[in-house]
Ligand binder design. Sequence first.
Ligand code: OSB
Ligand code: MG
Length: 374
Amino acid sequence: MTSPMTPTSIELRRIHLDLVTPFRTSFGSQSSREILLVGVTTADGSTGWGECVALSEPVYSPEYVEGVIDVIERFMAPVLFGASDLRAANVIEHLERFKGHEMAKAALEMAVLDAELRSGGATLHQRLGASRTRVPSGVSVGIFSTVDELLAAVQGYVDEGYARIKLKIEPGWDLEPVRLVRELIGPDMGLQVDANTAYTRADIEHLRRLDDFDLLLIEQPLDTDDLLGHRALADAIDTPVCLDESIESFTQAVDAVDLGAAEIINIKPGRVGGYLTAVRIHDMCRSRGIPVWCGGMLETGIGRAANCALASLDGFTLPGDISASTRFYARDIVLEPIAIVDSHVAVPSSPGLGYDLDVDFVDSITTSVQRLTR
Ligand code: OSB
Ligand code: MG
């Protein structure tokens, strides 16, 4: 049992990173990433960092960077400063009064978890009780203006050693690109698609044509709140239906499985309110035979290291969106960038979430800092 801590300051640090190449999805195109880092320092002097997965705009989920800063500053930080028994395991409980804002809560829990693990000299991997020491690395490939550009990009990722490919799709960019990529990578490589809610129930017959390409899954084709639509789709097609945006809590995960709306779940710790809730969803899915995999949100090495530890749990039976740092960034903010060796990423073995910050580089890309104190 770890000893409780008293948080004395919380730092909200916004950084800006350019992407190595624009990333286009059905909800938009981005060429840079604004990321909120949340640092929690405790009375014993230890500091932990969390990486908030919120995007700059509320186009993937309702949360966005500026809103996260506001809700933490106005509501969440004061509650944590008032806590004398703070542990990673009760951060979510302390913040329970506040509805939603899972990404803000997750970032705070993540920072406290990092501080707790560091002061106890333990790794996240040990804390979660995971056994594997490396995880297969999948890559998420955006939408391009031409199929030639797409095929060149996919070939590049295959050459880098990625274990599976995920293609972003939308109406007008689905059957043909998927067919050509399947042809390019051959029948044995894992291939899946992600629509980020771009389709409607009227597209079920169309989406059934994806069954020809032996996909591992189709991720979030319909609206976030359309669980029954996903159930209808799952009944109509052979490709397994996987939910991402729809799952924002443990209860929603249980309901989606009960309803037959989720045959597979993409677990993103930031989206469900943290790593500890992510583990609960993993355990539930494992006991019910629902495969899970770890999603990504264009994280820096902080989130990537932690995702890697999470994905080393036994129920993560499908490759995650756990790519190398170089997939999105020329230079990562951690001293040891995440790299692919033999199609896998190694689970970090240093205390805490498993990274060491490149402090000077972080300073050089910081666009704003707020330091909240007790
Ligand atoms: O839907 O999985 C998604 C990135 C931002 C927001 C949503 C998604 C994604 C990705 C990128 O697909 C995954 C990654 O970080 O590798
Ligand atoms: Mg997705």
